[in-house]
Design a protein around this ligand. Sequence first.
Ligand code: ATP
Ligand code: MG
Length: 173
Amino acid sequence: MKTQRLFFALWPSAPVRQAIVDMLAGLPPSIRGRNMQAHNLHITLHFLGQTTPEQRDCMHRAARSLKAAPFTFTLDRLGYFPRAKILWMGATTLPDELAQLHASLGAALTGCDYQVDSRHYQPHVTLKRKLAKMAPVADLRFSIPWPVDEFVLVESVPAEKGVDYRVIEKYPL
Ligand code: ATP
Ligand code: MG
């Protein structure tokens, strides 16, 4: 059966993407690891994994009928997942609207033969992978307001340089 590797995500506009890239480029060289490709930067809402066409159609209908409010997500901190060896960018304050979007989308997806990840949701933009340890960064202050007025369905496609993410559907908030 033909399946697709899918996830729901927040997709940055060109200026927000550029602001993240500039931030990434300005990190001190003491922070090593492998940079994410600029065109792939995103925040995952729900990772779906391998999805059949029937499941995808069900998830698309669920997402389309969702009612959720727009919000602004302010990227203002770095974080490090030591197990995954990932450097990420996130927000000190999580908007209620994002928590609600995540919860209501997750609830809607359970009707599509999908097991929602029960771990605490930590919205983040992965910046670097394979970072063995995080170097301390002094005085790194930034604030990137990301106005969010839609979420998207993305297909993860193997590519020559790792992976490419393709937005296949958009859902306005
Ligand atoms: P690769 O797995 O080939 O290294 P990748 O991790 O960039 O590539 P995917 O595995 O397709 O690409 O992941 C797509 C998005 O979903 C990424 O944001 C990834 O962090 C997230 N993701 C992947 N697997 C899971 C999972 N099991 N639980 C939650 N999020 C996941
Ligand atoms: Mg992966």
